[in-house]
Every structure is written in C-alpha cells, then in structure tokens.
Design a protein. Structure first.
Length: 189
C-alpha cells in the first residue's frame, strides 16, 4: 500500500508539475503577454499618444501660444509700454526733472552757494586766515623761532659743545691717552 501511495503521489506530483508548466506558462505567455502587447500597448500608442500629440500639443500650440502672442504680448506692448512711455516718462520728465531743476537747483544755487560763498568763505578768509596769519604765524615766528634760535642754539653751542670739547675731549686726551701710553705701552713693552 505504501509503494502504491508513493507511486500515485509521484505520478500526481509530476502531473501537477506538468499542469503548472503548461497552464501557468500558457496563461502567462498567451493571455497576459497578448493583453500587454495588444491592448495595453495599443492603448498607449493609439489613445495616449494620440491624446498627447493631438489634444495637448494642439492645446499648447493653439491656445497657449495664441494666449502668449496675443494677450500677453499685446498687454506688454500696449498697456505696459504705454504706461512706461506715457505716465512714468511724463512723470520723470515733468515732475521729477522740474522738481530737480527748479527746487533743488534753486536751493543749491541760492541757499547753499550763498551759504558757501558768504558765510563759509567769509569765515575761512576772515577768521581762519586771520588766525593763521596773525596768531599762528606770529607764534611760530616769534616764540618758537626765538626759542629755537636763542635757548636751544645757545644750549647746543654753549653747554653741549663746551661739555664735548672741554670735559669729554679733556678726558679722552688726558686720562685715556695717558692710560694707553703709560700703562698699556709699559705693559706691552
């Protein structure tokens, strides 16, 4: 009984394997592949591509391009350029330039130039120049020059030179030379 069961099982298993290879592979290769290659590919190539090439491209080329070229360009060339050339340029040339040339230039030429030429120049030429020429120059020529020529030069020529010529030279000639000639020469000889 065991041998019969094993033989039946093996036979049935082989039959089952044949079933799997035949039915499933046939199903996959026939139905599914046919479905994919026929229906799906046909759908993709026919409907979708037709849709893309016909509707979408037509939409893009017709509606959008028409919209861009007609409405937007018209808007830019008509409204915006008109606005720029008419309102803005008029505003700039009329109001701003008038403002600049009238108010600001008047302000600059009248108030500021008057201020500069009158107050500042007067201040510079009168007070500062007077101050420089009178006080500072007097100070430099009188006090500083007197100080330099009198005190400093006197000090340099009298005290320092006297010190150098008298004390230092005396020291060098007397002590050092005496030392060199007496001690060193005696030592060496």
């Amino acid at each position: 009984g065991l041998i019969y069961f094993q033989t039946l099982y093996v036979k049935n298993y082989r039959t089952f394997c044949v079933y799997i290879h035949t039915y499933i592979h046939t199903y996959i290769h026939t139905y599914i592949h046919t479905y994919i290659h026929t229906y799906i590919h046909t759908y993709i190539h026919t409907y979708i591509h037709t849709y893309i090439h016909t509707y979408i491209h037509t939409y893009i080329h017709t509606y959008i391009h028409t919209y861009i070229h007609t409405y937007i360009h018209t808007y830019i060339h008509t409204y915006i350029h008109t606005y720029i050339h008419t309102y803005i340029h008029t505003y700039i040339h009329t109001y701003i330039h008038t403002y600049i040339h009238t108010y600001i230039h008047t302000y600059i030429h009248t108030y500021i130039h008057t201020y500069i030429h009158t107050y500042i120049h007067t201040y510079i030429h009168t007070y500062i120049h007077t101050y420089i020429h009178t006080y500072i120059h007097t100070y430099i020529h009188t006090y500083i020059h007197t100080y330099i020529h009198t005190y400093i030069h006197t000090y340099i020529h009298t005290y320092i030179h006297t010190y150098i010529h008298t004390y230092i030279h005396t020291y060098i000639h007397t002590y050092i030379h005496t030392y060199i000639h007496t001690y060193i020469h005696t030592y060496i000889h």
